[in-house]
Design a protein around this ligand. Structure first.
Ligand code: GLN
Length: 308
């Protein structure tokens, strides 16, 4: 295998003629304003080596990737009790689908579809006003990445709140089944702000605990137990790309979580944490070129969890 820096640089160079492919998510106006031809790749290995290409230093909206971090907090606070509120099965439906929720009486299929993440936001509000719950999420992400500069993009949060009819529908629907404890506006406030966290290559560092058995090998922070890290990775693999999760496992073979900001966090257990960003999305709302970049990376490194 060529060295990792060469692989990362080659992927960037080979994809550069395609920068701008895919569609921006126009249902969040502020995200539709991002220059579509940006592309960043950051690979941080468990021994601390960092390999960067393109716009790896540019901050992007992590959107649904935040759901990995809120799930981690919720598991820490409530343990296995969270599985009374959300399931652990892939949905086979779009990230913002409402159909399954009625049949399943307001219990979302998994914590990564919007309804599931909204249920997790509700759990994080226990004993807190919304501002504190949001502050806790931001502090946790800063702690994971070991970077104090990470912020929430208030414009993105406001933009999404102004047009978040679908998410409001999902939250109200769950409330109607008594599946949310806190006021819908509070739950959505937490959810929109967690999605609006902006990160650059910091995201790869933040994911390192999942690549290294629950402990960030660079800071020594023991974030979760090895068993919990394994289980979060399993959920990322089966549910992290919504109705594109099967295809992502087939082509890439790594636990991953996508966001409509065009970012993907992928974990190569025992090896590395990877963040890729390219704003154009494919038909199921995952980064089009980001997915291809990860497929190239997994093929060239032999990092697929299904074998080299
Ligand atoms: N904030 C976005 C939404 O709720 C997150 C969706 C995503 O990143 N897939 O629609």
């Amino acid at each position: 295998m060529p060295d990792l820096q060469t692989i990362v640089a080659d992927i960037h160079r080979e994809l550069s003629p395609r920068f701008g492919e895919g569609r921006l998510p126009d249902y969040i106006p502020q995200l539709a304003r991002v220059a579509p031809d940006r592309f960043g790749l950051a690979v941080v290995t468990v021994d601390g080596a960092v390999h960067l290409a393109g716009d790896a230093d540019a901050a992007f909206s992590i959107q649904s990737i935040s759901k990995v971090f809120t799930l981690t907090i919720a598991l820490g606070k409530h343990g296995d009790a969270i599985w009374k509120r959300v399931g652990r099965e892939p949905s086979g439906s779009a990230f913002n689908s409402i159909v399954q929720l009625e049949r399943e009486e307001g219990i979302p299929r998994n914590p990564f579809i919007n309804a599931g993440a909204i249920a997790i936001s509700d759990l994080l509000l226990a004993g807190h006003p919304p501002k504190e719950a949001i502050g806790e999420i931001l502090r946790f992400v800063r702690y994971l990445a070991d970077e104090e500069e990470i912020v929430i993009d208030g414009e993105v949060a406001r933009s999404e709140a102004a047009t978040g009819y679908r998410n409001a529908a999902l939250a109200n629907f769950m409330r109607s089944f008594d599946r949310l404890i806190h006021p819908v506006e509070h739950v959505l406030g937490v959810y929109f702000h967690q999605c609006a966290i902006a990160m650059s290559r910091q995201l790869a560092r933040a994911g390192l605990y999942l690549a290294a058995g629950g402990t960030n090998p660079l800071t020594g922070h023991r974030v979760v137990s090895p068993q919990r890290a394994r289980r979060i990775n399993a959920l990322m693999l089966t549910c992290g790309h919504y109705d594109g999760s099967g295809d992502f496992a087939y082509h890439v073979g790594l636990p991953g979580k996508s966001g409509v900001g065009g970012g993907i966090l992928a974990i190569a257990p025992g090896k590395a944490s990877i963040a890729v960003w390219s704003p154009g999305l494919n038909d199921v709302g995952n980064s089009a070129l980001g997915t291809i970049a990860l497929e190239m990376l997994a093929a060239r490194t032999g990092w697929s969890v299904f074998g080299a």
